[in-house]
Design a protein around this ligand. Structure first.
Ligand SMILES: *Cc1c(COP(=O)(O)O)cnc(C)c1O
Length: 368
């Protein structure tokens, strides 16, 4: 397909409002700064699209953070200068790139830290590390407090090129544990034990991700926390409002918008006819019978966004009722404004569709 014909097939499309991304990030950077907290802007949720990353840079994020080395290498090649933070525990197979491209990484394994030291010697470089303490969410981090303190002392005393920059934790990802004054306070008190053993202050105590923002909003963040790693909370700002009940009206929600075209409009029953077996993905869904209703079919599907229930229709009255690989089915019975064949409908979204749509090369990305 040549360039010209392709540009005519522009739907489904992901529209990204760079100005609104910038304003959201700036708001969060300033809010956190007022409480003595720096932000590592987490760019993995939108596949590190360089145009968006530049807004993070411009808005004053101290670090650019991601779990994917390929994104860091790509951005280095694009000329992004901000220091990078690697927020997934590094693989043995990426230590060389880690030392070469990354300023600071989150770590929990002594053997990996030894390998980083060796690679630093080869490259004649230094590398900063944040040691991760697991406070009960049970993803990454050292679980045992004594072992954690020993690991910190080991890095401080035995690894010349690996700089113990601080400690951190992650909550609310696997175990769904809520960050609180108590668990983050625990991180701070363990940090202070380490400080007394190494006779100096740790530069960074990194207190989590978007799920830690409620403590900022409520003014309850333990004093020693001075860094957060934020993605969703300043990209979409949906989670804190929907799941946590915080008013985020000063944040733009239309940073990432999916635009898709209507290809069929029909009145149909709401309950399938015949024996219900399994759908195209091997699931056995249930269907509510609401009689005959007006529905529209859009030319976009699970291949693009994966989870239709994480999309939010912008048109008043639209209700998402289902999807297959290449179709999204919506109920338009209650719309005040008529939907016509060929219309383009807009959807904002929660984190998962942003991640899938932005990472999918076949979806055109249009910046406004
Ligand atoms: C993804 C991730 C974050 C950011 O999460 P958000 O919910 O997008 O703010 C922070 N820290 C770590 C270790 C992560 O993996």
């Amino acid at each position: 397909m040549n360039q010209k014909t392709y540009s005519e097939f522009k739907y489904p499309m992901l529209e990204i409002n760079l100005k609104h991304v910038y304003e959201n990030v700036k708001y969060m950077v300033d809010l956190c700064k007022s409480q003595g907290i720096s932000i590592a802007g987490v760019i993995k949720g939108f596949n590190a699209i360089p145009e968006v990353v530049k807004q993070f840079e411009r808005a004053g994020c101290t670090y650019l953070a991601t779990s994917r080395m390929n994104q860091i290498i790509k951005l280095k090649q694009c000329g992004i200068e901000k220091p990078f933070m690697m927020i997934r525990i590094p693989m043995f197979s990426e230590i060389k790139e880690l030392v070469q491209f990354v300023a600071i990484s989150l770590n929990s394994e002594l053997e990996t830290l030894n390998m980083i030291q060796k690679e630093c010697e080869v490259q004649d470089k230094k590398h900063k590390v944040i040691l991760m303490l697991d406070l009960g969410d049970l993803r990454e981090g050292v679980f045992d407090e004594e072992e954690f303190i020993k690991l910190a002392e080991y890095v401080e005393n035995h690894l010349e090129n690996v700089e113990l920059y601080g400690v951190g934790t992650n909550l609310g990802c696997y175990g769904s544990i809520r960050p609180t004054e108590e668990n983050l306070g625990k991180l701070c008190s363990v940090a202070e034990i380490i400080e007394s053993k190494i006779n100096r202050r740790l530069e960074m105590i990194s207190g989590g991700a978007t799920t830690s923002l409620p403590l900022i909003l409520d003014g309850q963040m333990p004093k020693r926390i001075n860094n957060l790693r934020i993605g969703e909370g300043m990209l979409l700002a949906e989670d804190l409002e929907k799941f946590w009940g915080y008013d985020m009206k000063h944040m733009h929600k239309d940073t990432f918008t999916l635009k898709a075209q209507v290809v069929e409009i029909k009145r149909k029953p709401t309950h399938p006819i015949g024996e219900i077996f399994i759908d195209a993905f091997g699931n056995k869904p249930t269907y509510e019978d609401n009689g005959i209703r007006k529905r529209a079919l859009l030319a976009v599907g699970k291949q693009d966004f994966v989870l239709h229930d994480k999309l939010i229709p912008l048109k008043q009255g639209v209700k998402i009722i289902g999807s297959s690989s290449d179709h999204l089915i919506i109920d338009i019975e209650d719309c005040d404004i008529e939907t016509k064949l060929g219309d383009i409908l807009d959807f904002i979204m929660y984190y998962p569709p942003m991640m899938y749509l932005s990472g999918y090369a076949d979806i055109p990305k249009v910046f406004i």
